[in-house]
Design a protein around this ligand. Sequence first.
Ligand code: TYM
Length: 327
Amino acid sequence: MKARVFSGVQPTGNLHIGNYLGALKNWVEIQGNYESIFGIVDLHAVTVYQEPAELRAKILETAALFLAAGIDPKHSTIVVQSSVPEHAELAWMLTCVTPVGWLERMTQYKAKSQAQETVGDGLLQYPVLMTADILVYQAAVVPVGEDQAQHLELARDIAQRFNSLYGETFVMPGTSLPLAGARVMGLDDPTKKMSKSAAGSGHAIGLSDAPEVARKKIMRATTDSQPAVDFENLSPGVLNLIEISKAFMGWGSQQANAEFSGLRYGDLKKKVADIVVSHLEPMQKRYAEIMNEPGYLTGVLKEGAERVSPIAKSTVQLVKERMGLYA
Ligand code: TYM
């Protein structure tokens, strides 16, 4: 039997090349080696207010982007989190074995809660629900970008605590980071992670950005006052452009060195823009085709939920037995 993979994306904002290089690209590459389940985690999205009609539209757009990026629904399952209620049910049981202190230490919680006027309890519980997403399918491998690594350490701590209290129940999930692109930085400010929510039109390259728009953002990306690429002395902005190219092309350091060493920044940016656009264009073409066939998309999601529901149900049943719950 193949080991199971789970990972997810929140259907909020616009997916960007950081999400693609940190997560989706890796999913596509490994999907054949595992029994893969990829989630559109709408229950996570509502930890901060989402306009309902917009959220509903974003769920379908995210599913279409998964397919456009190369997730093959014949081999992998795409599932909307809220359509399998066991995610939320298991999250409660895990909440009860999770010390609040573990949650308050999470750096994403600290950052997100600072940005809110009132902090919903969901924001604190967020990584417990993530843990449930993974454990409900007994996933052994979780391919994510670097910003999720702390949450996955917590997931292992929670799994371990449950196992030691109630007996071996959960598979320990491992973190899988991509070789390049695990942390894509903002183009306008390469000291900050590229993020869906960050303001500023020059910050992120959206997977749906038109080629001219993507090109313009790259040409305006922050670099430094040196004239050309010097691998002995790369500033964060130049390093980020090189990392983006390595991740898209699957290049190692030697090849990146050969391609970019000594290039003037203007030429570097043109080359990076060509690389990015050449990958976005085919994805956008497939995306448009998929969005033109809404029946196909909803069919994939319905089938996805049906396919993985029995796994989730049997895990929750086992957990109930272990905990002595009645149902
Ligand atoms: P989300 O929606 O913020 O991001 C989706 C995926 O994209 C990765 N990512 C990045 N990778 C590289 N550079 C960046 N700048 C960048 N920004 C985002 C993220 O690491 C992630 O892999 N909590 C998760 C979703 C989730 C989940 C899960 C993931 C819910 N349950 C269970 C794994 C397993 C999140 O908000 O991802």
